[in-house]
Design a protein. Structure first.
Lengths: 324, 320
């Protein structure tokens, strides 16, 4: 068993709004192992991004707050460590690639400047060395003629190239952990294939640990080692990707329906299976299991009690009363 | 079934680019550049391509939301490119559109019954009670309830809003609906609900769809025939199964291989280098040649035309 590099324990991140408390992340546990790719999967609003932002201490205060839980990077608790220690870890040890490269890059600085800024903040390099580093990073992510591109402003790059520049920036200080928040969502299929290819290469050459946030199960099967499925701020299922996608006996009903409602490219069906209803409100969530109003297999107990984790096979846990 | 409802002939939509002193004409963005196809009654034509390939412009031009630069659009025997204001109003009873983003395509200051009632009013249903009845009828048909009629768009989830968008298109009993990426802004579980709804409606009302999407698996689910667009041109058009099992154009091959899927076996992926070139200054010859993995010398010089390679399978490529 590989060692865990990042451990999230009972994380609760709430947002205190005028309309009530939004329990965006409500008791989430998982471990990211060394040099694995862990995929965090769920529909929009299920708390994937908030989990990532909580890890990096980027939750907007005072509206949002991590109210409970622990996040350990190696043996440092990121929630209680001093600010300057967190500042040292963030960007250097744990880096993040944001979903929308367009709005994550600063439009008034060249991409070279933006990479150099980060490099000089964390590493002791002079201007020339930092710039050389920026160029070699751009080359690593496959940006053509990096010596020229380093002086481009974000608007001079296409969507796929901006996403690459973001990835290059996140790699600038050789992070141990890379959090990628939907890096393939805002781009076209052919560009998506290129970006996935880069992550594949990075995983193999750099031995990084990757926390990959996505809502697409297809992408998960391409890149993931293990998968964590979330629903309405809580965990639903944790398993290895191969087990989850090939062993439907122990799937959580939510995961099973998510897989079934994907249109299939390899064959046609008359109708798609769909999940009735919509994701519940996080201000007034249903009682018991949050999925029970939409679940085809719901039982009486699901309405009353919150399911606890059940280990069905080694490394595969399901939060569902069906298996307890 | 085999009655042509809509036929598009060599349709072009150019946007002139001006600049410099005296706003000289510098060139054209050829968003749609000589596209021809037809749609039969009750048939769904899937239109697929990457962003910027002109698929939305094509959809909007058919509805005359954009004025075509050249070419013919024949709906039920009449060329609609020449229609005046009155004729257009009649046309839009027949052809309707569903937009990608239900958030921005509904007026936030109009209640649902106002949004749905407006097309009825425009098309001559002046009786308030009749209109209200029709709105409720439509709402129930698209899976909402009568009580939703008095609410505003912000009170709905995005899936429900897309149902309202579909409902609004249905109110005037159209024969053809242009669906411009109707599910791409939705979550998978909601996407399946909306796709099923659209398939049911097709059956019930005998609708024809021009279904625009970038997601090939969605296209496969709904279409009878599929057209693949690249940089303003149709590069391949065939029956659904022909495209998915025997796609000929190298671009179609690459698109199919690029889809990450959980059900198919690991396959060799064709990685396309670069991105879609600018339609202002497209590459010479075949527009796809700089990214093509099966490029021939002739591709640099000559533009391939759309040819029938048998059984109605059209492809624009020098390989065939």
């Amino acid at each position: 068993m590989k060692e865990a590099i990042l451990r999230v324990k009972k994380l609760k991140t709430y947002f205190f709004t005028r309309r009530g408390i939004v329990k965006a992340v409500d008791g989430v546990d998982f471990e990211l192992l060394k040099s694995e790719c862990l995929c965090l999967v769920g529909e929009s609003g299920c708390g994937k991004t908030v989990t990532a932002l909580s890890i990096l201490g980027l939750i907007d205060k005072p509206l949002g707050r991590v109210v409970d839980g622990e996040i350990y990077y190696n043996n440092v608790n990121l929630l209680t460590c001093p600010r300057d220690q967190l500042g040292h870890i963030r960007g250097k040890e744990i880096a993040m690639v944001f979903q929308d490269a367009q709005s994550a890059l600063n439009p008034v600085f060249t991409i070279g400047d933006q990479i150099v800024e980060q490099v000089k903040l964390h590493l002791e390099l002079n201007d020339r060395e930092a710039k050389e580093r920026a160029i070699s990073l751009l080359e690593e992510v496959g940006i053509p003629s990096p010596e020229k591109s380093v002086n481009y402003y974000p608007h001079q790059l296409s969507g796929g190239m901006k996403q690459r520049a973001m990835i290059a920036m996140s790699l600038s200080c050789d992070p141990q952990v890379l959090i990628a928040d939907e890096p393939t969502t805002a781009v076209d299929v052919t560009i998506k294939a290129q970006i996935l290819d880069i992550f594949h290469r990075l995983k193999n050459t750099r031995q990084m640990s990757l926390l990959f946030i996505t809502h697409e199960l297809g992408v998960v099967s391409e890149i993931g080692d293990r998968i964590v499925v979330m629903y309405a701020g809580r965990l639903v299922e944790t398993a290895t990707v191969s087990e989850l996608l090939t062993n439907p006996i122990f799937q959580h009903p939510y995961t099973a329906s998510l897989i079934k409602c994907l249109p299939d490219i390899t064959q046609e069906r008359d109708r798609l299976e769909s999940i009735p209803g919509t994701v519940p409100s996080l201000i007034e969530p249903p009682t018991g299991c949050l999925f029970h109003p939409r679940c085809a297999k719901a039982m009486a107990i699901c309405r009353k009690e919150k399911p606890s984790s059940v280990t069905v096979t080694k490394g595969h846990t399901v939060f569902c009363h069906l298996y307890s | 079934m085999n009655h042509k409802l809509l036929e598009v002939k060599d349709l072009k939509k150019y946007y002139p680019v001006t600049g410099g002193l005296l706003s000289r004409h510098l060139g054209d963005v050829k968003a749609v550049d000589g596209v021809s196809f037809y749609i039969n009654e009750g048939e769904t034509l899937g239109l697929v391509g990457e962003s910027g390939c002109g698929k939305s412009t094509l959809g909007r031009t058919i509805l005359r939301l954009e004025e075509p630069t050249e070419g013919k659009i024949i709906y039920s025997g009449t060329d609609i490119t020449k229609l005046g204001k009155k004729g257009l109003r009649e046309l839009r009873k027949e052809i309707q559109i569903i937009f990608q983003d239900p958030q921005s395509s509904l007026d936030p200051r109009m209640t649902v019954d106002q949004s749905l009632g407006e097309p009825l009013l425009i098309h001559g249903m002046k009786d308030d009670r009749k209109r209200a009845k029709r709105v409720v009828e439509i709402l129930e048909r698209v899976g909402l309830e009568a009580q939703h009629a008095l609410r505003y768009p912000h009170e709905f989830s995005s899936g429900q809003r897309q149902r309202i968008g579909i409902g609004r298109a249905l109110t005037v009993n159209p024969k053809l609906i242009i669906a411009d990426e109707p599910v791409s802004a939705l979550d998978v579980s909601i996407q399946a609900q909306i796709l099923n709804l659209m398939l049911d409606l097709r059956e019930e009302f005998g609708l024809a769809y021009l279904f625009i999407a970038h997601d090939l698996s969605v296209i496969r689910q709904v279409s009878h025939r599929v057209a693949v667009m690249y940089l303003g041109k149709v590069v391949e058009l065939a029956e659904r199964n022909e495209i998915f099992e025997n796609g000929l154009h190298p671009y179609t091959e690459a698109l199919l291989s690029a889809i990450p899927g959980i059900r198919q076996k690991k396959k060799t992926r064709i990685l396309l280098p670069g991105s879609v070139p600018s339609p202002l200054n497209p590459p010479s010859g075949c527009h796809f040649h700089p990214r093509c993995h099966r490029v021939l010398p002739v591709c640099y010089e000559e533009e391939p035309s759309l040819k029938d390679v048998g059984g109605g399978h059209l492809v624009a490529c020098h390989l065939y």
